[in-house]
Write a protein that binds this ligand. Structure first.
Ligand code: BTN
Length: 276
């Protein structure tokens, strides 16, 4: 998509312009836009429960109760960033569903490269990093019919034009935005189109049986490092040795045993350099 010369960097998203430029068959073919919303994940969940089609995009310029993983809040000043949720109805088992997070984080890295020329890394399981700091995150939530997966909501928050001074003091050392690292404002609509197009391509490949685990592993900032993983109230330390096709992290423990971890929060341990 070409940027219209009139697009300013803190204007509301123009959904008609996005729809006209978007080259997808499924992802983003229905767009539900709100200037302000509680959480795009919550609305996407409601729509999915009511039968909304796969690929439905819920996007807002502001969230009043944006959610992150592990019960955290997701804060974003209005109109500067991308705050969106996609409805998927995948033929995956619940244990395979992290593959959606995998393809969406890779698609975010693809789109950032395409529009801003930057190489993003991924912090297991779902943070998007630029220059070692968090520029985005993914919150994937599931809906079931009985034991079967009925839908998955992939919620993505990407810091696009956020400036350092807009961050709370305590986040300045750990969070960033694409514009901050690129050193220039980034047009959100071309970035959104690139993101949706790359998600669709990667979803097609996933449906064809390709799981991009090697590519994902190559982008993971935490592999091959000594890490500490907090999960469900406990903490495990080990060496981050590998990831598998279902997105789990394999840790080598001090006693030589290996442990498979499905969810958690990873920090690098001392001796590795600065925590990511
Ligand atoms: C994380 O890093 O903890 C995940 C953050 C996910 C934030 C996005 S913003 C759009 C969508 N709606 C939400 O309420 N959360 C996700």
């Amino acid at each position: 998509m070409r940027l219209s010369p009139t697009e300013a960097f803190d204007e509301p998203l123009d959904v008609a312009r996005v729809q006209a430029a978007l080259r997808t068959q499924i992802i983003g073919q229905r767009i539900v836009y709100h200037a302000s919303l509680g959480s795009t994940n919550d609305l996407a969940k409601e729509l999915a429960e009511a039968g909304a089609a796969e690929g439905t995009l819920v996007i807002a310029d502001e969230q009043t109760s944006g959610r992150g993983r592990l019960g955290r809040r997701w804060l974003s000043p209005p109109r500067l960033n991308l705050l969106l949720s996609l409805i998927f109805r995948p033929t995956l088992s619940p244990s395979q569903v992290q593959r959606l997070t995998m393809i969406c984080s890779l698609a975010a890295a693809d789109a950032i490269r395409q529009v801003a020329g930057l190489e993003a890394q991924i912090k297991w399981p779902n943070d998007i990093l630029l220059a070692g700091k968090k520029a985005g995150g993914i919150l994937t939530e599931l809906g079931f019919r009985g034991d079967a997966l009925a839908y998955a909501i992939v919620g993505l928050g990407l810091n696009v034009n956020l400036r350092a001074e807009q961050l709370p003091e305590e986040l300045r050392g750990v969070a960033t935005s694409i514009a901050q690292v690129a050193g220039r404002p980034i047009p959100r609509e071309p970035l959104l189109c690139a993101l949706l197009e790359r998600i669709e391509q990667r979803y097609e490949q996933l449906r064809g049986g390709q799981v991009p685990v090697a590519e994902w592993a190559a982008r993971l900032a935490t592999l091959g490092k000594a890490v500490r993983v907090s999960e469900g109230g406990g903490t495990i330390e080990g060496y981050a040795e590998a990831v598998d096709a279902d997105g789990a992290l394999w840790l080598r423990l001090a006693d030589g045993r290996s442990q498979r971890i499905l969810a958690g929060d990873v920090t690098l341990r001392e001796g590795n350099g600065p925590a990511s």
